[in-house]
Design a binder for this molecule. Structure first.
Ligand SMILES: *[C@@H]1O[C@H](CO)[C@@H](O)[C@H](O)[C@H]1NC(C)=O
Ligand SMILES: *[C@@H]1O[C@H](CO)[C@@H](O)[C@H](O)[C@H]1NC(C)=O
Ligand SMILES: *[C@@H]1O[C@H](CO)[C@@H](O)[C@H](O)[C@H]1NC(C)=O
Ligand SMILES: *[C@@H]1O[C@H](CO)[C@@H](O)[C@H](O)[C@H]1NC(C)=O
Ligand SMILES: *[C@@H]1O[C@H](CO)[C@@H](O)[C@H](O)[C@H]1NC(C)=O
Ligand SMILES: *[C@@H]1O[C@H](CO)[C@@H](O)[C@H](O)[C@H]1NC(C)=O
Length: 512
């Protein structure tokens, strides 16, 4: 019995020794550095700063997201009236990715073996990201420079360690340092200060031998002119999981830095992005154009000049409905009373998708066409229909770099399909409410409604004949005095639902 015990102890001690003799020459701790900048976060290079260790800047328990929680909400930490940290907003970008404010950069902190079970990192000139991040003058020519080093950054490291008994961790350095063991703050040397030191003995933390505990390290270099980072420890670091870019317990935020992607596009319809679906590599996403307030307008993006809107196509190709659009509900249809579908594919065949043909249930003309309406709401965009799609063209100066080279090709091919068989003497019995533009279209772009002169054309502004005499007209606005042109915009509500009451103006003059 006793003998077998001895054997076991002997065996275990050999195993223990064995594991030590196999201990590597170095330990690499994968870290996330957030490059910071005084012109982007006032916590860095504070002018009239307090020089000294300040405890209590962060709460004693690690935050739920694995980063320190700022002590004081929207209030500043001050000592003797001097600011140490501004508030939780400025503090947030110390250890969280914040595009435009900081730049996450991966970094390997390599501890070297200085004893059988002891590892150290020792630097009195800790500038791990010189030339990188905001310090890259090619990418950020306007960033201020400080003493030939990239002085302003924060670093976080997440690992776990197994407690065997007898471990310690010593830190010496500046500026702010917070180290959490088992998610509890044990090293609290916050503030801008010269090198300060603190040792934590694991035996004093009430840990259980053989168990694994989280270890979370936070460091900031906030002020010229020193940067010291010294670590001595015999902690047995292990990483429970790596993120997509090999940072231990990272959140992928070093994988790809938006706006540092090497390719760049002069395409307003694409934005740089990076995210989980591409393993955090650079990619380009389509711009999401803001939705229109009206359901009668569709937002779209054109590589030539970005987002614009054109009318929703409400044509349901059903001759027995009148097709309408309402800003709130979108397309709606009214059944034509007593309509008998006269669908005959042979007669009213659509050859040009910009001028879809429907047969006319009211008889004459035999076919009716409702041209696709491409009128853009942006006066600088002249948009026309081609193969059933609205093609925009930028007509204001200065013209942006890429203009679509396509010119409007108004196809007169539609017209012949109508008339030959119909006797021209028969007067149309069409009720006035229908009047979708007859197929015999003028050779001018049919996409512009007759009441709206082509935008930016020098044509005289014609006051719509059906505008009541007491309504505002272009003349009243004097747009030309502001260097602008004037156009009439038809009142959609009145057009669809008619006038009720007086003061009914079917058109509103507008400068543009
Ligand atoms: C936090 O501090 C910054 C810098 O002084 C300031 O611009 C910001 O308004 C503050 N935020 C809040 C919520 O107080
Ligand atoms: C700075 O950025 C340019 C452009 O992305 C890159 O080619 C260069 O390698 C960067 N310099 C450093 C030191 O990272
Ligand atoms: C560190 O911990 C791991 C996992 O618990 C163990 O396999 C290894 O032997 C330990 N190394 C040392 C030097 O204690
Ligand atoms: C990091 O990216 C990997 C691979 O895309 C994904 O599986 C993982 O959930 C991501 N981690 C976080 C914290 O987003
Ligand atoms: C085309 O749509 C515009 C709204 O963008 C509208 O003002 C115009 O009246 C429409 N034209 C026709 C012929 O329906
Ligand atoms: C359209 O006419 C209605 C009813 O007269 C009026 O309330 C509305 O303000 C007009 N809309 C515009 C854009 O002029």
């Amino acid at each position: 019995m006793r003998y077998s015990y001895l054997l076991l102890i002997l065996f275990l001690s050999i195993l223990y020794k064995e594991s030590f003799s196999q201990a590597p020459d170095s330990i690499t701790l994968s870290a996330t550095i957030y490059d910071e900048s005084p012109i982007r976060n006032p916590d860095f290079e504070i002018g009239n700063y307090y020089n000294g260790v300040v405890e209590g800047i962060v709460q004693p328990d690690l935050g739920a997201d694995g980063t320190p929680v700022y002590c004081c909400g929207d209030n500043s930490v001050t000592v003797n009236g001097k600011i140490v940290v501004h508030n939780q907003t400025t503090f947030n970008s110390w250890f969280h990715s914040d595009p435009g404010v900081n730049i996450p950069i991966p970094f390997n902190l390599v501890l070297t073996k200085i004893g059988p079970d002891t590892y150290a990192y020792q630097s009195s000139s800790f500038f791990p990201i010189d030339g990188q991040g905001f310090d890259n003058s090619t990418l950020y020519p306007n960033e201020p420079k400080y003493l030939n080093h990239n002085f302003h950054f924060c670093m976080k490291i997440h690992y776990s360690f197994t407690y065997h008994g007898g471990e310690y961790f010593t830190f010496t350095g500046d500026d702010d340092v917070w180290v959490f063991f088992n998610e509890v703050l044990q090293i609290d040397i916050g503030g801008i200060h010269t090198a300060a030191t603190k040792t934590v003995y694991m035996d004093q933390l009430g840990l259980t031998v053989g168990q694994s505990y989280p270890w979370d390290f936070f460091y900031c270099e906030r002020h010229t002119s020193q940067s010291n980072l010294n670590i001595i420890t015999n902690l047995n670091f292990t990483c429970l999981s790596y993120d997509a870019c090999d940072v231990c317990e990272g959140n992928n935020d070093t994988c790809c830095v938006v706006n540092e992607c090497t390719q760049s596009v002069a395409n307003p319809c694409l934005v740089q992005a990076c995210g989980p679906d591409t393993d955090y590599q650079c990619r380009f996403d389509s711009v999401v154009c803001p939705n229109s307030d009206s359901k009668c307008l569709v937002s779209t993006c054109d590589p030539g000049f970005g987002c614009f809107q054109f009318p929703t196509n409400c044509n349901d190709n059903d001759p027995c409905t009148d097709d309408y659009c309402n800003d709130l509900v979108g397309c709606f249809y009214e059944q034509v009373e007593g309509c008998e579908s006269c669908d005959d594919v042979d007669i009213c065949q659509t050859t040009d998708p910009c001028h879809p043909l429907e047969c006319n249930p009211r008889g004459f003309p035999q076919c009716i066409s409702t041209p696709v309406n491409c009128t853009s709401n942006d006066p600088c965009i002249f948009s026309y229909c081609q193969n059933g799609n609205c093609i925009p063209e930028y007509i204001c100066t200065p013209t942006p770099t890429v203009t679509p080279t396509v010119t409007p090709t108004v196809t007169p091919t539609v017209t012949p399909t109508v008339t030959p068989t119909v006797t021209p003497t028969v007067t149309p019995t069409v009720t006035p409410t229908v009047t979708p533009t007859p197929t015999v279209t003028p050779t001018v772009s049919p996409t512009l409604s007759p009441t709206m002169p082509p935008t930016h054309s020098p044509h005289p502004i014609v006051t719509p004949p059906d505008l009541a005499s007491d309504c505002l007209v272009c003349r009243d606005l004097g747009c030309e005095k502001a260097g602008k042109a004037c156009k009439y915009i038809e009142n959609e509500t009145i057009r669809k639902f008619g006038c009720n009451g007086e003061g009914c103006c079917k058109y509103t003059p507008t400068c543009y």
